[in-house]
Write a protein that binds this ligand. Structure first.
Ligand SMILES: [Zn+2]
Length: 324
């Protein structure tokens, strides 16, 4: 028995067959024709599926998870990824289901990329065995997914855990989503680099002004770089504290490119969280780095399909191995 998984993002379309222990047994990948037409994009997805279907393990396929950059609508089975402009309300679930090699009894299970990351960390990563966790991706955007009472909580349309668009400053800067003061507006890699530049930081000659370059400067003690990370960490801490107050968390896991800054981010984040999460039940929740990196999207899509999120047509097989 294997679980099938697709992970569709703005830069790559990946697919895998994953065993019941969370290990990849077959893999395929291509670049996303992000500016292509809707059909060109779907042709790339079909090609990845063709590739997987050519693997001998395909015969044991028991479910198929489809992770996609958000927003997604898991109830409708459609996607509208911000960074894939030609897919707006695109019926991804029906199109994957219509692929000639996808067996009749298998209904693809759509999952947003941040929720997939949470599913992956819960199955085989940093949140394994934890009943209540927030798993976040802090990268060019800020996303998240929730595990509550031991199960993935995706919400009715698959977007629960959207911590990047919790407002932490009522009159703060306008966010592209239309609201003000969203966590993402302070804590995304883009926001960190922009704030450092605005305060006078200059990247080394020949280097791009990225959050990673700001982190390198922070490690060398550049006060403007440190301030940009402190500001990001504070916004994250406020959003995390709000989430802890609402649902009581046992653990917070943070992955994504910005988390690669390590203690430059995690140090001030834990400090600020101590200041925001002050009620007895909210205090001292550990914040740790994600354990799964490159394949989290694939592993999470498989986990979401295997545990039978809404939309998982035929009997969900469950996750016998590796799952507490
Ligand atoms: Zn927003």
């Amino acid at each position: 028995m294997v679980y099938g998984a697709l992970d569709i993002g703005g830069t790559k379309i990946a697919g895998a067959l994953i065993d019941s222990g969370g290990r990849l047994v077959a893999r395929s990948q291509c670049a996303t024709p992000a500016q292509g037409s809707a059909e060109e994009l779907m042709a790339a997805v079909d090609a990845v599926l063709d590739d997987l279907a050519a693997s001998p393990e395909w015969a044991g396929l028991s479910c198929l998870g489809v992770g996609c950059a958000g927003p997604v609508d898991t109830a409708a089975g459609t996607v509208a990824p911000v960074n894939i402009p030609s897919w707006r309300g695109f019926p991804l679930v029906d199109r994957v289901r219509a692929h000639a090699r996808v067996p009749d009894g298998i209904r693809p299970v759509l999952v947003g990329d941040a929720v997939a990351m949470a599913a992956a960390e819960h199955w085989t990563g940093a949140a394994r065995g934890v009943d209540n966790a927030l798993c976040m991706v802090v990268s060019t955007g800020v996303g998240g997914g929730l595990v509550l009472n031991g199960s993935l909580h995706a919400g009715g349309s698959g977007n629960a855990g959207h911590i990047g668009h919790i407002s932490v400053e009522q009159n703060g800067p306008l966010c592209p989503c239309g609201a003000r003061g969203c966590v993402e507006r302070f804590a995304s890699g883009t926001a960190i680099a922009a704030h450092a530049l605005e305060s006078g930081w200059v990247p080394p000659a020949g280097a791009a002004p990225t959050a990673a370059a700001v982190a390198a400067a922070a490690r060398e003690g550049d006060t403007r770089a440190l301030a940009a990370y402190d500001r990001a960490a504070r916004a994250l801490a406020a959003g995390i504290a709000a989430t802890i107050a609402l649902v009581e968390l046992d653990l917070v896991v943070i992955g994504g490119g910005v988390a690669q800054a390590g203690e430059t981010l995690f140090g001030p984040l834990r400090r600020h969280l101590d200041g925001y999460a002050v009620l007895d039940f909210a205090r001292g929740v550990p914040v740790v780095p994600a354990r799964l990196a490159l394949d989290a999207g694939l592993i999470g899509a498989a986990a979401a399909a295997a545990t039978g999120l809404p939309g998982a047509g035929r009997g969900a097989p469950g996750l016998p191995a590796g799952r507490p």
